[in-house]
Design a protein around this ligand. Sequence first.
Ligand code: SF4
Length: 327
Amino acid sequence: MKRLVSGVRPTGYLHLGHLEGVLKNCVKLQDEYECFPFIADWHALTDHLDTEMLAEYTVQAAVDWLSAGIDPQKSTLFVQSHVKEHAELMLLLSMVTPVPWVERTPSYKDMLAKLEGTRQNPSLGFLAYPVLQAADIIIYKAEVVPVGEDQLPHLELCREIVRRFHALFGRKIFPEPQALLTETPNLPGTDGRKMSKSYGNCIYLNDPPEEIRKKVMEMVTDPARIRRTDPGHPEVCTVYAYHRIYNEKELPEIEEACRAGRIGCVECKRRMAEALIEALRPFHERRSYWTSHLDEVRDLLREGAEKAGKIARETLEEVREAIRLFR
Ligand code: SF4
């Protein structure tokens, strides 16, 4: 089986965007690939130094992976910082990575633009995080990484690092990982922008049904609809984007009624909230199991780190040998 690596950063509680864009994908692929889902806590530190909740977010992310359906018998679930070999490989890879390669990544340029005019600078860790990402992938000799389009430059950088490493040390150790372009459903935040903790527009995976209902009732809709009888434009409506994913059954009826001005947004939101809660029911049921069995979650993470660590150590042995470090 080919290996696949997929990580989430515990910079907050995970939200619906993570579930639909990352977690479910990995669950779908775990019969086809040897999967290594992990919680990238070191990556969280690259731009989040408020660590008061980091441990909590980390364990809750593990709960989310498991609740989404990651099967520990098939997949190796672990926390990045529990497999120290990632850091050693990152250090060694950073020796073969020219600084301009990381400076030209879109995420670094975005960060520079964001900080322009402030007195802040990105950290060295932030600059180098694509190198850590490369280490996360190739330490397992993963051949496949499920990514969205925005992550393609990082994967290309990872392949460049692999090629340079092989050329410098004359030994092929790593496969060049390929992108598995994943279809991510368009799931905006409650205000219609990209779902993101920093916008305060997320539906979190640990939100109870009453909180989901509340957030749905606050969602932005078609701004052209002032009165209930105004014809609507579902294609610009956030609520409709959710109906598309979670309420396929009623979708044609909702669309028609909206366009004809025969349904009010309040009723439409109520129906969507119930459909969403119903669709999340199996996830929530598993979640309530895992949150009440956190010791089991910790044991699984420990076992996952042991299993991942064994493979990582084998790879590092080859790397140290290729570099001709004194052993
Ligand atoms: S009726 Fe529904 S789909 Fe139409 S604008 Fe209102 S919330 Fe959106």
